[in-house]
Write a protein that binds this ligand. Structure first.
Ligand SMILES: [Zn+2]
Length: 73
């Protein structure tokens, strides 16, 4: 049982609409893949596993590597 909620002006307040899991799941997977990609670039973009030639990516995320405890130097 939900009671009616009113805003300070006495009008019925908008109720939040639940998002079905079926609609949420693709975005959760997409976000997870982006996070994994970011984790790769911060943690493993170096040496033999490097995708980008040079040290630009490594130097750009260097402080993040140390903050997250990845072995570096
Ligand atoms: Zn370092």
């Amino acid at each position: 049982m939900t009671e009616a909620v009113f805003d300070p002006a006495g009008q019925p307040a908008a109720q939040p609409t639940p998002i079905p899991l079926r609609e949420l799941l693709p975005w959760a997977v997409f976000g997870g893949l982006l996070l994994l990609l970011a984790l790769y670039f911060v943690g493993a973009e170096q040496g033999a596993t490097s995708l980008v030639p040079g040290m630009y990516v490594h130097e750009f995320v260097h402080d993040g590597r140390h903050l997250l405890g990845f072995p570096c130097h």
